[in-house]
Design a protein around this ligand. Sequence first.
Ligand code: LLP
Length: 415
Amino acid sequence: MNIKHRNGIYTIDSISVKEIAEKFGTPCFVYSDLSISRNFEEIRDVFSDDKKSIYYSVKANSSLSILKLLSSLGSGFDIVSMGELDRVIKIGADPKKIVYSGVGKSEKDIKRSIELGIYCINVESFSELERIKKIASELKIKAPVAIRVNPNIDPGSHEYISTGLESTKFGINLKNMMDAFIYADEAEYIDLIGIDYHIGSQIETLDPFIEAVSSVAKIIKELKKKDINLELIDMGGGLGIDYEGNKVPSMKEYGNALIKAIKDNNLEEYKIILELGRSIVGNAGYLLTKVEYIKRDSEKNYVIVDAGMDNLIRPALYGAWHNIICASIDSNEEILCDVVGPVCECADFLGKDRKLSVSQDDILIITSCGAYASSMASNYNSRPKPPEVMIKNSEVKLISNKESIEDLFSREIII
Ligand code: LLP
């Protein structure tokens, strides 16, 4: 972690947290350019050559500055919407380094992706394949596709983010996938380039990743028997991060384990893409928030802060745990408390049953907020989104202004 504590002062990349909060206000997202770069470089250094590439999964954090940073480090991009496509095009990404996943691509989305010449459309259903075939034939442009298969592997993470189980909406299941491959292979305007899977997110052990590689190797063998030859295996993302002292494999261990699995399964001839999100940005971001009130009740103590579930929905949605640190060193005794936001929902909590030594107006640091925090934020309770800053070369730079109430009104028409 790049957060340090010395002589009563908490710093992120040597910059005082309190100073950031004073200058930019709270709540405020803070990212470390250094940590993002280090995370990306750690995996790139083991898993990148003319066959293997890292594609950043834009949904984890779609800030333009973060996309630009990753692009400059050589990343490709995994997108799931036209909004994400617009973002990566805006920062100058090469369409040939974009893959497009998602179960609900509209006709317009497909047309635009084909015309733009993105590297690959990851197809999630038979009807999507039929739609791509129709659009590509009309355009008379071959659409590059990979079939997303659902290998029915339990990644051992939260039910909502276990996408590789047969019971989810993602990918084509093992029973039906062969028909999809054959259909794609025979279609004149479809260029069947690969196979794709993404078994889930916040995966904390290597076994499910290894199991997925051997499962896909078997499918590729079957395809070869039918004379269907692919060039690409998109292995998705999913590597977990350390939220609460949980041991997770390092990027290097993960990369090396995949390389071994690729070799053991004789897949070295294929291009491989990894679509990583959380492991690149998750631990490189923080949410700073101020204590508004401390409410002491006989049943429970509440530390009421100015950030809420609109800024960080993960605790409410998945029961996720984020570390909460008080940036001021208080001499007060620790209290057992729930850290809650101002939003009018019982689910508006950022941490439950924490032991904190806090006073009113203290700044709290919520860690591991680089992924799926600002990108999942909302305006619930008409709360404008907070500013976002990035620490780069020992300077704190604003990368996203605080939203104004006028921004919120701007789409509305009073009738
Ligand atoms: N590729 C595909 C097709 C995905 O659906 C995802 C994430 C990724 C790659 C990147 O996965 P990562 O490396 O970040 O695990 N909101 C949840 C996580 C949802 C993940 C959705 N898909 C959370 O806050 O935990």
